[in-house]
Design a protein around this ligand. Structure first.
Ligand code: TRP
Length: 326
């Protein structure tokens, strides 16, 4: 029996951070054994908000792909490709467009929120169509499972509605995909808010030890714990959040030390920084192989693209056949 297909991707916004690593890639790594996985870089999606400056897109695609592999995805097991290298997705987008009432798109939370936050410039046709493009990313591969963060759930809901509409008019072609949420949906940044490039609170997968030490030192701890000796609440502490990941054997001891006041934040941070540097070392070592030879990345993406196009072409044919256009 063929394996169930998984599809997910990220926009090429630059080097990835620990929020991406634990919030997404770790989840993808788990899935690569049991599913047929397509992991892409969504450069068309990046354009919907960053069309004014396309200077870095190509390099950012490479950087994201390096982080995918450094984070544990195996190019022998997964198919990596760049969205814009699979034009069949755009053709499918054209076929889907008439099925989507504009009101559905205007209601999408990310559309409304981002315009409020980033300005009217985003109120463009491409950004409005973001969820339709994402739908085509998924259905072009007949993917059934889509590992994403919580923020993407409304997009997936819309995807299913579009699929149902297609089936209503033309007959069954696509599976209705469902989301698979990650174990760590809200990785905090060093300021305690969700880790995000736009908040400038990230620790990058590729940060060197000096940067890691500096950022861990800046991490927000329990504001009630001012001096060593004050009892702290680990549940509101970013350092503690990451201790769970990087010092899992010591967390109960750390919890005890913090709540009793015996453990000070400085010592806590030092032990985290050390463990984080150690934990990221093998990831960065793997990354270095590709940094030194980016041609390897280009080759992996070219191979992936070939495979992806073959799959998308088949689906496109199925869709056109259902629409009696072939
Ligand atoms: N919108 C997703 C994000 O910002 C990225 C993305 C684009 C995606 N196409 C996709 C994710 C298809 C899953 C499936 O994170």
């Amino acid at each position: 029996m063929p394996k169930t297909r998984i599809l997910s991707g990220m926009r090429p916004t630059g080097k990835l951070h620990l929020g991406h690593l634990f919030g997404a890639i770790a989840n993808w790594v788990e899935l690569q054994r049991d599913y047929e996985c397509f992991y892409m870089v969504a450069d068309w999606h990046a354009l919907t908000t960053a069309f004014m400056d396309t200077e870095d897109v190509k390099e950012n695609i490479r950087q994201v792909c390096m982080d995918y592999i450094a984070g544990g995805l195996d190019p022998e097991k997964c198919t990596f490709y760049v969205q814009s290298h699979v034009p069949e997705i755009a053709e499918l987008y054209q076929l889907m467009a008439p099925l989507v009432p504009v009101s559905w798109l205007e209601r999408t939370p990310s559309y409304k929120d981002q315009i409020e936050q980033l300005g009217q410039e985003l109120a463009n046709f491409g950004f409005l169509g973001y969820p339709v493009l994402m739908t085509c990313d998924i259905i072009a591969f007949k993917a059934e499972v889509v590992p994403v963060g919580q923020d993407q759930l409304p997009h997936l809901e819309l995807c299913r509605e579009i699929v149902r509409r297609f089936h209503h008019y033309y007959g069954q072609v696509f599976p209705e995909p469902h989301a698979k949420l990650t174990q760590f949906p809200n990785v905090p940044g060093i300021d305690g808010r969700k880790m995000s490039k736009s908040y400038n609170n990230s620790i990058l997968i590729s940060d060197d030890s000096a940067a890691i030490k500096k950022k861990v030192k800046m991490m927000i701890t329990d504001p009630q714990k001012i001096y060593k000796g004050d009892p702290g609440n680990p549940e509101v502490c970013t350092v503690y959040y990451f201790q769970n990941i990087y010092n899992p054997d010591k967390v109960s001891e750390i919890h005890k030390g913090c709540t009793s006041g015996e453990l000070g934040c400085v010592a806590d941070k030092n032990s985290l920084a050390e463990a984080m540097i150690k934990g990221l070392a093998p990831v960065q070592e793997k990354r270095k192989v590709y940094e030194e030879n980016p041609q390897l990345i280009d080759d992996i993406l070219a191979r992936g693209c070939e495979k992806a196009r073959k799959a998308a072409m088949e689906t496109l044919k199925d869709a056109k056949r259902a629409m009696k256009m072939l």
